[in-house]
Design a protein around this ligand. Structure first.
Ligand code: ATP
Length: 340
C-alpha cells in the first residue's frame, strides 16, 4: 500500500532544475534509500516531502492526503539531519521531550514516552546528559528519538550517519534499521554511500541529475542495473569499451554476449564475477599485483592490453604469483552491456 506518493515533482532554482518530474512512492512501513552523487537532488527531494522547500509542479501525498501545499508543522513527519541539531542546553531527555512539551502533552505521559524512546535507541542511562557529554553516535540516537517522539507517520533521514567515523557509522546504520523495523515507520533515507543504501533499505532509488534512474530492491540494483549510470555508480565494476559485430560483443575468450544496437558497447562486470584459472579456456592474462583485503584478495591482471581486477577468496589467491600467466572468464549473465 503506497503511503508516500510523489507524482511529477519538479523543483527549480533559477534556471537549474534540481528535480525533474520525479515519480516515486514508498509503501507503508518501507525504508526507501535515495542514493546518488552530490548535487543530484536527494536533499531537495527530502525537503519537498518535509515541506521545507516548495515544489514548482507535481503533487505529494502522505496517507492519501495531498500535502503539497501543507506547511511543515502540519505534515506528519519526523526528520533527522546530518548535523545533530540538538538543543545544547537541554539534556538528552529534555531534547526528546521537547516536541511533546510543545504539543502540551501531560507531564506523566511525556515522562513515560521519553523513557520508552531512550530504551528504544539504547540510551536508558543517558537521559540526564547534555549533548556535549555524548558521543556523535549517541547524539544521533537522541536526534532519532526526538524525531520519533510525536509518533509521526513518516521519518525523513538526511545523511544522518555521515558525520560519524566508520565503525560507529556501521553499528548505528544497523541500529537505525532495527529501530525502523521495530517501530514500523515509513522512512526515506538519503545517502551518497552505496553500501549504506544497500544495507539499510527495502528499496533503493538511484538518482542522477534530478531524476530517478532506477528504483528496486538492493539485490536487484546490485546485480541487474537497468541503466549505465546505475551500473557505474553502484558497486565496483570493470568497464571495457568493445566493438560489436553481428549483434554480438566479445572479449577474447573471456565472454561473449548479445550487443546493443551500436557500433561500440560498454561492458561492465563485477570483480567477484571474474573467474581466474591457471589454464584451460578463457582469455590469457598476466597477474600484475595482488592486494589483500581480508576475506578476498583483489587481483589486478593485464589481458588484451586492458587492466582487469578480480576479487578472489583469499584462501584461493595464495597460489597466484605476480607475473603468473592465467586465464580470465566472466559468465555472460554477469556482464551488463550498454551502447557506448
Ligand atoms: P549532496 O549529497 O551534496 O547534499 P544532493 O543530491 O542532496 O547533494 P541537493 O542538495 O538536493 O543535492 O541539490 C540539488 C541541486 O540543486 C544542486 O545542484 C544544488 O546546487 C541546487 N540547489 C539546492 N538548493 C539550492 C538553493 N537553495 N538555491 C539554489 N540552488 C540550490
Amino acid at each position: 500500500m503506497a503511503h508516500v506518493v510523489l507524482t511529477g515533482v519538479t523543483k527549480r532554482f533559477g534556471s537549474h532544475t534540481a528535480l525533474d518530474a520525479v515519480d516515486v512512492s514508498v509503501a507503508k512501513g518501507e525504508m526507501l534509500a535515495l542514493l546518488g552523487p552530490s548535487g543530484c537532488g536527494k536533499t531537495t527531494l527530502l525537503r519537498c516531502v518535509a515541506g521545507l522547500a516548495g515544489t514548482d509542479a507535481g503533487t505529494i501525498s502522505i496517507g492519501g492526503a495531498d500535502v503539497t501545499r501543507m506547511p511543515v508543522r502540519k505534515r506528519p513527519i519526523g526528520m533527522v539531519f546530518q548535523s545533530y541539531a540538538l538543543f545544547p542546553n537541554l539534556t538528552a531527555a529534555a531534547n526528546i521531550a521537547f516536541p511533546l512539551t510543545v504539543r502540551r502533552l501531560p507531564k506523566p505521559e511525556i515522562a513515560t514516552r521519553v523513557s520508552e524512546l531512550l530504551t528504544l535507541v539504547g540510551l536508558d542511562t543517558y537521559g540526564d546528559r547534555l549533548p556535549n557529554q555524548l558521543s556523535g553516535g549517541q547524539q544521533q540516537r537522541v536526534a532519532l528519538a526526538r524525531a520519533l517522539a510525536p509518533d509521526p507517520e513518516v521519518l525523513l533521514l538526511d545523511e544522518p550517519l555521515s558525520a560519524l567515523d566508520a565503525q560507529v557509522r556501521t553499528r548505528l546504520r544497523d541500529e537505525v534499521r532495527r529501530i525502523q523495523h521495530q517501530v514500523g515507520i515509513t522512512t526515506i533515507f538519503v545517502t551518497h554511500d552505496q553500501s549504506e543504501a544497500l544495507a539499510i533499505s527495502d528499496r533503493v532509488a538511484v538518482m542522477n541529475a534530478g531524476r530517478i534512474e532506477q528504483c528496486a530492491p538492493p539485490p536487484e540494483i546490485y546485480a541487474a542495473p537497468s541503466t549505465r549510470f546505475t551500473a557505474g555508480f553502484v558497486g565496483n565494476r570493470n568497464t571495457l569499451e568493445l566493438p560489436t559485430s553481428n549483434g554480438r560483443v566479445s572479449w577474447g575468450g573471456a565472454f561473449e554476449v548479445e550487443a546493443p544496437a551500436a557500433e561500440r558497447a560498454l561492458c561492465l562486470f563485477r570483480p567477484e564475477d571474474v573467474e581466474i584459472t591457471a589454464d584451460g579456456p578463457g582469455l590469457p592474462a598476466t597477474v600484475d599485483v595482488k592486494v589483500f583485503l581480508g576475506a578476498v584478495t583483489r587481483v589486478y591482471a593485464t589481458a588484451d592490453g586492458a587492466t582487469v581486477f578480480a576479487d578472489v577468496p583469499s584462501r584461493k589467491a595464495t597460489t597466484l604469483e605476480e607475473g603468473q600467466e592465467i586465464r580470465v572468464r566472466v559468465a555472460p549473465d554477469h556482464v551488463q552491456v550498454f551502447a557506448a
